[in-house]
Design a protein around this ligand. Structure first.
Ligand code: ZN
Length: 333
């Protein structure tokens, strides 16, 4: 591998690794955004590395390149660099510490996060911070990138990552119409996790999708409040002008590189070593970028009413319904 420099190219404290965290509710278009960002020079996209320990290193699921994680040359080099190999990683202890740290906080107030480094969570946070810093530094070093895109989406994980010393974390809060998100969670979707076996992406009811949509979006809003390190991006605006938005997001992350060209509704995507994500993470070459609004025709009236009713205040806030369209969300239904 080439000589490496962890310093940010354009901003941040010297020695820090830049991380662009994509947060919000699943099925909002994060895999496409992640991959487009990761195709820019000096940027690497690694998918949802929140799940790297259990789904990557233990279950050995497929990398975006088509190899299994433990056989993928990229992740082998990362594991060697960060931990001296997969087997000396102390996976169980790290994963358990992260679960203790993040899972019980699901319903917690944002203020709780300010106390992560103290009290009963301090030891778990230390373990989380040390393992994550090593992993992300190694990703940056092996890929010769100064910006790592992490599309794990979980707001609590992202906020905890934002407190790790040595990382300069900026968050993109990706928002999509709640009806489109619920429709995606209701659909049967095939996914490849391990070779020779077909799995299905998890499904949840329209009501649960609506409640989760509110929770994740409120967490993304509140956990980054007053930090100046979060920007909101609407899926519907992004797919209309993907190249422009990717440039804007990269600038927000302090990175000057231009993204891959997305002219004429298509983008050229290379092989990327992503952990988890939408099945399109395996696609390579010319990929069509267009608004997926099938829900407007195919979401059953009853489910549409349920989701609209539950999420109405935030649909109004985000400009998806109502008289006052907000910035970046003129796509109403
Ligand atoms: Zn790979």
């Amino acid at each position: 591998m080439a000589a490496l420099d962890h310093d940010r190219m354009t901003s941040g404290t010297p020695g820090e690794v830049g991380v662009l965290f994509i947060g919000g509710m699943g099925r909002s278009g994060s895999t496409l955004l992640d991959r487009m960002l990761g195709s820019a020079p000096g940027v690497v996209s690694v998918g949802e590395i929140r799940k790297f320990w259990r789904r990557g290193a233990v279950a050995n699921e497929l990398c975006g390149c088509g190899e299994r994680i433990r056989s993928c040359p990229f992740w082998r080099a990362v594991a060697d660099e960060a931990f001296g190999g997969f087997d000396v990683l102390g996976l169980d202890a790290i994963a358990a510490a992260e679960d203790r740290l993040l899972v019980p906080l699901r319903k917690a107030l944002p203020l709780r996060f300010a106390l992560l480094r103290r009290g009963g969570d301090a030891q778990d946070f230390e373990m989380f911070a040390e393992a994550r810093l090593k992993l992300i530094r190694a990703v940056a070093k092996v890929s010769c990138a100064s910006l790592v895109v992490d599309s794990s989406k979980g707001p609590l994980y992202g906020a905890a990552l934002g407190q790790v010393e040595g990382l300069d974390v900026r968050a993109v809060h990706l928002v999509r119409d709640s009806r489109a998100v619920a429709f995606s969670w209701l659909k049967v979707k095939e996914v490849r996790r391990v070779p020779g076996q077909l799995d299905y992406m998890p499904r949840i009811s329209a009501r649960d999708a609506a409640l989760l949509w509110i929770t994740k979006n409120l967490q993304m809003e509140s956990l980054w409040l007053f930090t100046g390190r979060r920007m909101r991006l609407h899926y519907e605006a992004f797919v209309e002008r993907p190249e422009w938005w990717v440039s804007r997001v990269l600038r927000f992350a302090g990175h000057d590189a231009l993204p891959a060209s997305a002219a004429a509704g298509e983008v050229d995507l290379p092989v990327q070593h992503t952990v988890l994500g939408n099945p399109m993470r395996f696609d390579r070459g010319r990929i069509a970028v267009r608004l997926d609004d099938e829900w407007k025709r195919a979401l059953a009236a009853r489910e549409r009413r349920t989701v609209t009713a539950i999420t109405l205040p935030m649909l109004l806030r985000y400009g998806y319904v109502g008289p006052l369209p907000l910035a970046g969300s003129k796509h109403r239904a």
